[in-house]
Design a protein around this ligand. Structure first.
Ligand code: MCN
Length: 800
């Protein structure tokens, strides 16, 4: 890839910025630390909070004495759940997936019962952080243990011990999507009754930890009855609304600022108990407070992701035509429902059919309470789980039918001529070409040579076997559209807001409701505006993440920012040009209809040399001596955009993997992927997003798992035990793109932020199985540790 500091100039003028591999303008400050992270904030008189957290998974608090802690040096106050009983509200859950969903409420701090290890039990507020941490140890607390519920399959049985005494079972909700009933497909039971072949599997989506680089941190400033919450959050706008509703601080008295944020991956798409408590403590004391978590606190108490048991059945004809799909999920909610906990598996419901033309489909999901930290969004949220299950079972069906796995997919996928295509789950896929992406990926991998090598190794009985794994995927992202999200009971819309301020000197401020936390929006949005307004890239500044600057927004998650937020920027720019056109017509003494706008300049048709630049118009308005009667002296504009559809990136991911059958050690030999994300705004950002996503998807397949022991203690509570891969553990990625424009936004773009993470996990697991299937292995549970792989080969089963 060619990196560019400046766009090249062509014979027709400056090259378009969209499509230009600009280096990210925000990186200099982000990677040299010349910026403000929340923990850098120091306010005069600021106090520090530290938490006493429960060491047991389920218990009543039988005794809690904080007096000794209060006497410790520099301690200002110590609070328990009882102190905030009447004002702490409940952590909001914005996605009640069924009308009868049971939500027992989620206190920010335990009042009399603890439901997971790490739950906050008391807060020490002190003049220094060390004083606060030290004083936590002086708190005297006794717990009376209750039965611990950890295993979902046990938790849903009649008579199971309960996580919440206030509920009649551990099931929060039972969500069903039945294509037959929805009118988007035929009768699933009939499809299975009449099937020539059926294949069934139980897959485990292990629990994962988002593991963002910057720990969570919150600082609250107090100015009279006005509060400012600085937080390392992905969602300052949503946090402001939810924070106001939860604490009772009026929304106009609460400003939320997300300074630069060091990653989130869904893990900061949350209204954290600690953020609410920081507001409550600051209000109680009338003083500024800060809380920054330690890494182990983060791993133990920031929400986790995935954790599903998937039962999936596929029905087919002997020639390989698929005829039905049935999915039943148990989804671990953990102890409480957080912002979108129940919605994550429900979102996945619509993606299990993948790119295939299933005529019948039924999905059921139970959200199950356990005594673990709550689950919620983690990169892909619902879609990696669905993609894993369908791409794994397509391979199993191919084995059952003795068919080539790619041929089976090809026979069943939607062909290029069939777009737009309404799936059995009711989604309208707008554009793509699965065959084209697949052909390109096969070439990129060197598929034929690797298959030949696989054959050689198999025939020679080489202890190191080779496998090739396939994942031909699509996903729904760009969350939006509001109408569809509304029908899924999602508590917020899917629109996004942008405004453009034309400053007198011709410089441009773009205010966006999107909230980047590593995605490079400042660069991409500047590229879009440079094209739309014809101004230099360097003249554009992008402002974000502060509700006092950008009062409306729905923030960043679900790979939505470009297709929704970027489009809002386009719409605002169109309005700026329309307003400027009126003023240009007046200043050029021409009719608006006779003007054309190109390269940032209005000129009378036929005389392109002369004219007036949009930046000059901004100055003319500032001077304001000569603008037309009845026209406001401003060309600033704002716009909101709510697309009619999701965006549907797709791609083919191929993984070649070596498996040492004697040690169980696996090595990715080569990874190739070709993705279609429509129009690419910035190729280097896109490549970075793909690499990051691939790393996380591969990590699920091979390395990461949050493990609780039988008492509900997190045994992977440090990065020594929770195995995050580094660059050294990952192969070179061979990536490519095909381009089929999305039809749901004028940029023609589809989201990219999660694609790599969604697609890669099944490609990796399918590759390992392909290497050792001839040894009788039919499944290996993730992550594919050497021990599991060895056991699956030598002892059978899925390696445990
Ligand atoms: N882009 C582009 N052309 C496209 C699509 C996207 O140039 N056709 C660019 C966009 O302009 C943007 C970036 O790629 O700069 C990602 O865009 P998009 O797909 O819209 O995703 P979002 O910006 O909404 O980011 C959210 C997404 C999600 S859901 C997770 S999780 C995730 C991810 O982004 N978390 C991240 N990428 C991350 N990257 C970093 N560094 N840190 C995280 O926490």
């Amino acid at each position: 890839m060619t990196l560019t500091e400046d766009p090249t100039t062509t014979a027709d003028g400056p090259a378009k910025e969209v499509g230009n591999a600009r280096l990210r303008k925000e990186d200099a400050r982000l990677i040299t630390g010349k910026t403000t992270w929340t923990d850098n904030m120091v306010l005069p008189g600021m106090l520090h909070m530290a938490f006493l957290r429960s060491p047991v998974a389920h218990a009543t608090i039988s005794h809690l004495d904080v007096s000794a802690a209060k006497d410790r040096p520099n301690v200002v106050a110590v609070y328990t759940g009882q102190d905030f009983k009447d004002e702490q509200g409940t952590i909001p859950c914005a996605w009640p997936v069924t009308p009868d969903m049971v939500n027992p409420g989620h206190p920010s701090i335990a009042v009399d019962t603890v439901n997971h290890v790490g739950e906050a039990v008391a807060i020490v507020v002190a003049r220094t952080r060390t004083a606060a941490v030290d004083a936590v140890e002086a708190i005297d607390v006794d717990y009376e243990n209750l039965p611990v519920v950890l295993d979902m399959e046990e938790a849903v049985k009649d008579g199971a011990d309960l996580v919440h005494a206030s509920t009649s079972s551990n099931t929060s909700y039972h969500f069903v999507f039945d294509a037959g009933e929805a009118g988007t497909g035929s009768d699933t039971d009939a499809a299975f009754r009449d099937a020539e072949v059926t294949v069934s599997r139980r897959f485990v989506q292990q629990r994962l930890i988002p593991a963002f680089m910057e720990p969570r941190s919150a600082v609250v400033g107090v100015q009279g009855d006005n509060y400012t919450l600085w937080s390392a959050t992905q969602i300052p706008h949503i946090l402001r609304v939810m924070g106001a509703l939860t604490t009772g601080i009026p929304e106009h008295k609460l400003r939320v600022v997300a300074p630069d944020v060091g990653g989130g991956f869904g893990g900061k798409l949350q209204v954290c108990p600690e953020e609410i408590l920081a507001l409550l403590v600051a209000r109680r004391l009338g003083k500024p407070v800060k809380w920054t978590e330690t890494r182990s606190e983060s791993l133990m108490t920031a929400h986790h992701g995935r954790d599903q048991i998937q039962y999936i059945d596929v029905a087919a004809k002997k020639d390989g035509t698929v005829t039905g799909l049935r999915v039943r999920l148990l989804a671990d909610m953990g102890a409480y429902l957080r912002l979108i906990t129940p919605g994550v598996p429900a979102l996945g419901a619509f993606m299990f059919p993948g790119i295939y033309k299933f005529p019948a489909y039924r999905f059921e999901c139970d959200g199950v309470f356990t005594n673990k930290v709550p689950t919620d969004a983690y990169r892909g949220a619902g879609r990696p789980e669905a993609t894993f299950a369908i791409e794994r079972i397509m391979d199993e069906l191919a084995v059952e039918l003795d068919m080539d796995p790619m041929e089976l997919r090809r026979k069943n996928w939607i062909s290029a001529e069939e777009f737009p295509f309404t799936t059995v789950a009711g989604l309208e896929y707008d554009s793509g070409d699965y065959e084209q992406a697949t052909q390109a990926a096969l070439e990129l991998l060197g598929y034929d040579e690797l298959r030949a090598e696989q054959k050689r190794r198999r025939e020679s009985g080489d202890p190191v076997q080779l496998g090739i794994g396939i994942s031909t995927f699509t996903e729904m992202c760009g969350l939006a559209p509001s109408r569809v999200l509304g029908s899924l009971s999602f508590g917020a819309g899917g629109w996004e807001q942008a405004s453009i301020r034309m400053l007198p000197t011709g410089k441009v401020e773009v205010v966006t409701g999107s909230t980047p936390h590593g995605q490079g929006h400042e660069t991409a949005w500047s590229q879009i505006v440079a094209d739309e307004l014809g101004v230099p890239f360097e003249d554009v500044e992008v402002l974000h993440g502060d509700t006092a600057i950008s009062s409306r927004g729905l923030d960043t998650y679900g790979s939505r920012s470009l297709v929704v937020g970027g489009t809002a920027v386009v719409k605002a720019a169109e309005k700026v040009v329309a307003k400027a056109r009126k003023i240009a017509a007046h200043l050029l003494e021409a009719s608006e209809d006779d003007l054309e706008f190109s390269g940032g300049k209005f000129s009378v048709k036929g005389t392109p040399g002369a004219g007036l630049g949009i930046q000059e118009i901004a100055l003319a308005i500032f001077a304001a001596h000569d603008y037309p009667e009845g026209i406001e002296p401003s060309i600033d504009a704002e716009a909101a955009f709510d697309p009619v559809n999701f965006s549907f990136p797709h791609g083919t991911h191929l993984c070649a993997m070596e498996v040492d059958t004697e040690t169980g050690f696996v090595t990715i030999r080569k990874y190739a992927s070709v993705d279609d994300i429509g129009t690419i705004v910035n190729p280097i950002i896109v490549e970075g997003q793909m690499h990051g996503g691939l790393a996380q998807g591969i990590a699920q397949a091979l390395y990461e798992e949050a493990i609780y022991d039988a008492d509900g203690n997190l045994t992977t509570g440090t990065f020594v035990d929770y195995l995050l891969p580094s660059a050294a553990d990952l192969p070179t990625f061979h990536t490519g793109n095909t381009v089929h424009a999305a039809t749901s936004n004028p940029l023609g773009a589809k989201g990219v932020g999660e694609a790599g993470c969604i697609a890669s996990t099944p490609a990796v697991v399918n590759a390992a199985l392909d290497a050792v299937r001839h040894l009788g292995v039919t499944d290996i549970r993730m992550p594919l540790t050497p021990e599991r792989v060895w056991r699956a080969i030598h002892q059978g089963g899925d390696g445990g």
